[in-house]
Design a protein around this ligand. Structure first.
Ligand code: AOF
Ligand code: ZN
Length: 401
């Protein structure tokens, strides 16, 4: 169907979808800023189908917000923006940050109407960008495809309001809710795969979407994991992720082997400025091991203890200082239980395989009777199938509130 035959509401949805697609393509390229897309349209003087005159998305490395990228593209193509409509997946900003306010730029460009998917959760903006536009006489519509726009920026919304990472717990489980066979029946240094390739690729996508992934020393010793982003996804212009996925290991006594895959692949960021392996330990950890690990490219940091374990709120605070907006937990029973019991999880992704592991197997989370019970505390639950595996996703806290 021609765009002109659509109602205005349908047109708004179609152009917002296009802006959302541009925003979605910037996964791993916008953090610590939000993922934002913008589409500018112009209706020909004779009326009829509105035409896209400029569009774009924000990449943190390029500084320009999505609105500016789109305005520049329109200018470059020789289009006038006077009387145009701007579709933005996030309210245009009103503040001076790394750039000037986009609301001012849209006003100066002569935009007649602005359609925003959602208000900006940033307390420095939240409503003030839209207010600026209205005062300038621009027609403002808010809330088009709002939930989809919000889903894209859960971590940003959480971080900008609470200054701590948005925490997603991921677990691959047997149908009877176990993480792994009993340790005695396992081969050391080898992961035991429960789920199939399709579900495992979903985990790669979760990693691609995260700034950091965290596990405990128990899992490192049992599985010798790499914890890298092997999604193979690239952004616009084939850009790889802006910062490497930060791999975080909780290891209070620094038992991590120097020969582990994690340590062997450590990059201290000397060239890129981005370190990719952070080992968190207690102040009683052997200092000689700190030196060895540092020599091999890992970063080691001490964290206060609480009740004989590394303090998890301190762990999250340390990550926040490093601008980690989203943290993916890929942990064993002990840490799963601790994070859940301390109410530090925001979202959970539970993937169930068809296999049964039996009563002797390692439970999902220490202190939690079963993942099915844990599921009862989730909100906005969605279900999907990846090959033979069943995935349940839900929220414990709404990151937008
Ligand atoms: C973005 N990209 O397209 C829009 C943003 O530090 P700054 O100057 O880059 O400002 C970042 C803030 O600007 C961000 O927290 C959000 O509130 C607002 N809007 N940010 O990075 C964009 N539209
Ligand atoms: Zn802006």
């Amino acid at each position: 169907m021609e765009q002109s035959q659509l109602t205005r509401a349908e047109q708004d949805q179609a152009f917002m979808k296009r802006a959302l697609k541009l925003a979605a393509e910037t996964t791993a390229l916008a953090s610590p800023n939000p993922q934002v897309g913008c589409v500018l349209t112009q209706t020909p003087p004779s009326g009829g189908t509105p035409k896209v005159i400029g569009e774009g998305a924000h990449l943190y490395a390029n500084r320009d917000h999505a609105e500016i990228v789109a305005l520049k593209q329109a200018a470059q193509r020789g289009f006038s923006t006077i009387g145009a409509t701007a579709y933005v997946t996030l309210e245009p900003c009103s503040h001076h940050g790394r750039t000037g306010p986009c609301a001012d730029a849209l006003i100066a460009a002569g935009i007649r109407r602005c359609v925003a998917a959602t208000q900006d959760p940033n307390p420095q903006v939240s409503g003030q960008g839209l207010a600026k536009l209205r005062v300038a006489g621009i027609e403002v519509t808010v809330g088009v495809l709002q939930q989809r726009a919000r889903d894209l920026n859960d971590a940003f919304a959480h971080f900008i309001q609470h200054r701590t990472p948005f925490v997603t717990l991921k677990a691959a489980l047997s149908v009877d809710g176990k993480l792994a066979p009993p340790s005695a029946s396992r081969f050391p240094n080898q992961p035991h795969w429960l789920t199939g390739p399709a579900a495992r690729y979903e985990v790669q996508l979760l990693r691609h979407d995260a700034d950091a992934v965290l596990t405990g020393i128990g899992t490192v010793l049992a599985d010798d994991p790499q914890l890298t982003d092997r999604s193979g996804l690239l952004g616009p212009n084939n850009l790889p992720r802006r910062r490497p996925l930060l791999r975080v290991i909780l290891d209070s006594q620094l038992r991590i082997p120097l020969s582990s895959q994690l340590v062997r692949s450590a990059d201290n960021g000397e060239d890129s400025g981005h370190t990719d392996l952070l080992i968190l330990c207690s102040k009683t950890a052997p200092s000689a091991k700190i030196a060895d690990l540092t020599d091999l490219g890992a970063q080691v940091e001490t964290i206060p203890e609480h009740g004989g374990h590394l303090s998890l709120p301190s762990v999250l605070a340390t990550l926040a200082e490093r601008n980690i907006l989203s943290l993916l937990l890929e942990c064993g029973s002990h840490l799963n239980g601790a994070f859940i019991q301390q109410n530090l999880i925001d979202k959970a992704v539970l993937i169930y395989a068809e296999t049964e592991l039996g009563d002797q197997a390692i439970p999902f989370a220490q202190g939690i009777a079963s993942p099915y019970l844990f599921e009862e505390s989730l909100h906005r639950v969605t279900r999907a199938n990846y090959g033979p595996d069943a995935c349940v996703t839900g929220y414990l806290h709404d990151p937008w509130r």
